[in-house]
Design a protein around this ligand. Structure first.
Ligand SMILES: NC(=O)c1ccc[n+]([C@@H]2O[C@H](COP(=O)([O-])OP(=O)(O)OC[C@H]3O[C@@H](n4cnc5c(N)ncnc54)[C@H](O)[C@@H]3O)[C@@H](O)[C@H]2O)c1
Length: 290
């Protein structure tokens, strides 16, 4: 299906990333249903989208009427199959767990029109393995967004072994419709371009803190001020979610070896339920959950 013909999309997974991706698609004029297994996650997503749209209005990037129209194009559901039957595009952004992702894609494959392209927001899993969970492997592709999706300009596109030229072209054209720039990872390799880079930097930053060499704050300031990074690596993973970061590191360690070994301080924070901004505490202290 060509990008111009796409009008109705499902965004599956309403966590840190899903609500922002759903908002971007709705701002681009698509009718979007955000699907999650958890009603509470959908409630949080609705609140986050409302807050984000209010900020867009306050900064004159949207009028009140445009924001209301975006809200009107968004629906929320826990029914994956019913939603899948009605859409002509899918973005999968459920929890970073290969079995859960393969299960979701397989269930969608059974109900979606065969022409529908499935774009996965996985941070590092093999897109080819995800594609193989469906009967449309040529129409599965990696489409890796950055947090927060309404503000970040880039989408990293990952071509699976099986992805067709047409699916790649549709995905690139869709990104343009969303107002995003793209980089293409031509080989389906764990962590692609960006997760490989940020995981490496963030794990080394956590090790520097664990070894008592510097505080988390100073490590982040060093990256901001010495290298002109917009955010330090520990702030970045606090923002992404330390649970997701640990899942990514563990999965990449199985692929690349010890260079992606997660340090104990990251494991301890996750074990204690300190997952970064979403719980109010991680390497930094943020007061309340956001
Ligand atoms: N957090 C980031 O900065 C970031 C950036 C880029 C990509 N990603 C990737 O995006 C994906 C989602 O990450 P996140 O940070 O939003 O995670 P999250 O844990 O905040 O949200 C995941 C959501 O998936 C839902 N879910 C679980 N099983 C489901 C199912 N079977 N059907 C529907 N929903 C289901 C959960 O209820 C939860 O709301 C992951 O693949 C992650 O690697 C995350």
């Amino acid at each position: 299906m060509s990008a111009e013909g796409i009008e109705r999309a499902a965004v599956v997974g309403g966590g840190v990333m899903g609500n922002g991706i759903a908002q971007v698609l709705a701002q681009a004029g698509l009718t979007v249903t955000l699907v999650d297994v958890d009603d509470a996650a959908l409630d949080r997503a609705r609140t986050r989208i409302d807050k984000s749209l209010a900020r867009f209005v306050k900064r004159d990037r949207l009028t009140e009427d445009e924001a209301a129209a975006v809200r009107g194009r968004l629906a929320f559901s826990t029914d994956l199959e019913a939603t899948g039957r009605t859409v002509d595009h899918v973005v999968e952004t459920v929890v970073e767990d290969l079995d859960v992702k393969r299960d979701v894609l397989g269930r969608l494959d059974a109900v979606c029109d065969p022409a529908v392209v499935f774009a996965s927001n996985t941070s590092q899993f093999s897109i080819s393995r995800l594609a193989a969970a469906t009967s449309r492997p040529d129409r599965v592709i990696g489409s890796h967004w950055f947090n927060p999706p309404p503000l970040m300009d880039l989408i990293e596109i990952i071509r699976a072994q099986q992805t067709s030229d047409e699916t790649l072209a549709t995905t690139l054209a869709l990104a343009e419709r969303y107002g995003k720039q793209t980089v293409v990872c031509h080989k389906d390799t764990p962590g692609f371009i960006t997760s490989r880079l940020i995981a490496h930097l963030a794990l080394e930053a956590a090790r520097i803190v664990e070894e008592g060499i510097a505080t988390a704050d100073d490590v982040d300031r060093a990256c901001r001020q010495a290298f002109n990074h917009a955010m330090g690596p520990l702030e970045t993973i606090d923002f992404s979610g330390l649970d997701t970061t640990l899942k990514v590191a563990d999965a990449m360690r199985t692929q690349y070896g010890e260079r992606f070994l997660a340090p104990q301080n990251l494991r301890s924070l996750v074990a204690a339920g300190h997952l970064g901004r979403k719980t109010g505490k991680g390497f930094g202290d943020y007061g309340e959950a956001s």
